[in-house]
Design a protein around this ligand. Structure first.
Ligand SMILES: Cc1ncc(COP(=O)(O)O)c(C=O)c1O
Length: 375
């Protein structure tokens, strides 16, 4: 059996080699490295794919979040609610825009924002007359949050929603794709993401032409009609043409990869449901399975055992945001026990489209053995 990889980008590269090389060659000969035609082509394909109205690509998933906050004029003195159990960029973007995060707990089964905890925190902020502005849910591990509930809460309290869908491109909630589930959605094309490029990249999806136009300006220094008419304080945050060319090649196998990841995840769910606390995929939801994540109280021992058997596993994330040194002062919500527990117990196993049946059987067998031996 070949060595198991946590993510197999080389096998993926072999699958798309021809298209990838011809796309890259074209960019090299055209010399349009900034905002070349591939960027527009990608935006139009992603817009159609997601069913959203507009797609504006940018330099990373982090910048997609910052640009979205700036586009909505969210900044100094404003409060944005986001989960504590997430990748640091979610909180970082809120602070970079000048606003303040209020961390919300997550559900133990879905890893996504807890609606009750969110409502409690909103009420608490309102009592203190804080300037609440937006909710930034995260589709952790590829599972879309419940946007019916989130959009509804946003409507009641007149809040904006910026979905951090860095991990869930391609996922579905009630027959609608991520990108089309709320007013603004951001995603990341970091190489390890469900749709990844060969460097940094990201995108924002929106329903509003005004937001789209502002995003296009903000990602290019806030430019107006002329290149040197500056309308907003902007950023240098465009997607490189070369990355767009890579993504166009990868898009051709993306649906197949998504199906494979769902097939593999289903086998894990069936085989491991009696062994571990498995992730729950709610009805009418299709995950992009950026990660397949289990929970155990004996993580260190299990990770060592997997390592001995050459099975790669990762911990996303070992520390929730409310415990990070940089964010400790943002301790408005003290009820974050699930986030704290998960950060001690979660571990992720390989779930990529190029995992063979034999490799997956070996992973399942080994984990079951570990459970019998010492868990
Ligand atoms: C939930 C989440 N938000 C934001 C980001 C930031 O994306 P990027 O690395 O493209 O800046 C990531 C990437 O890891 C992420 O997982």
């Amino acid at each position: 059996m070949e060595d198991i990889k946590f993510l197999d980008l080389s096998k993926q590269q072999k699958t798309i080699e021809k298209k990838l090389k011809s796309n890259l060659d074209k960019v090299l000969y055209d010399n349009k490295f900034i905002m070349g035609p591939e960027v527009k082509e990608l935006e139009s394909k992603l817009q159609v794919y997601t069913g959203s109205k507009y797609c504006v690509t940018c330099s990373s998933g982090t910048d997609a979040l910052i640009l979205s906050l700036l586009a909505l004029n969210i900044g100094k003195g404003d409060i944005v609610f986001c989960p504590s159990f997430t990748f640091p960029a979610t909180a970082e973007a809120i602070l970079m825009a000048g606003a303040k995060p209020v961390f919300i707990d997550v559900g133990k089964n879905t890893f996504n924002i807890c609606h009750k905890n969110l409502l409690d925190s909103i009420e608490k902020c309102k009592k203190k007359n804080l300037n609440i502005k937006a909710i930034m849910p995260v589709d952790l591990y590829g599972l879309p949050a419940n946007y019916d509930k989130i959009n509804n809460i946003a409507k009641i309290y007149d809040l904006k929603v910026i979905a951090d869908s860095a991990q869930s491109f391609g996922a579905v909630f009630k027959n609608k794709k991520v990108g089309n589930l709320t007013e603004i959605t951001t995603t990341s094309f970091f190489p390890a993401k469900p749709l990844g490029c060969y460097g940094d990249g990201g995108a924002v999806f929106t329903e509003s032409v005004k937001v789209k136009e502002k995003l296009e300006s903000l990602r290019a220094h806030g430019k107006g009609k002329g290149k040197y008419d500056i309308n907003y304080m902007g950023m240098n945050a465009r997607l490189d043409t070369i990355q767009a060319a890579v993504l166009l090649a990868k898009l051709e196998v993306f649906d197949w990869e998504l199906k494979e990841r769902n097939r593999i995840a289903k086998i894990y769910l069936d085989e491991l449901s009696n062994v571990f606390h498995i992730p729950v995929v709610p009805k009418n939801t299709v995950s992009a399975w950026a990660q397949f994540t289990l929970q155990t109280k004996n993580r260190e021992k299990l990770l060592n055992y997997l390592k001995e058997h050459k099975i790669p596993a990762m911990v996303y994330y070992p520390k929730p945001m409310h415990q990070q040194a940089a964010y400790k002062e943002f301790n408005f919500n003290e009820n974050l026990t699930v986030s704290s527990d998960l950060s001690r117990n979660v571990f992720s196993i390989p779930v990529h489209a190029y995992l063979t049946d034999l490799q997956q059987e070996f992973i399942i067998e080994t984990i079951k053995k570990a459970k019998k031996l010492f868990l």
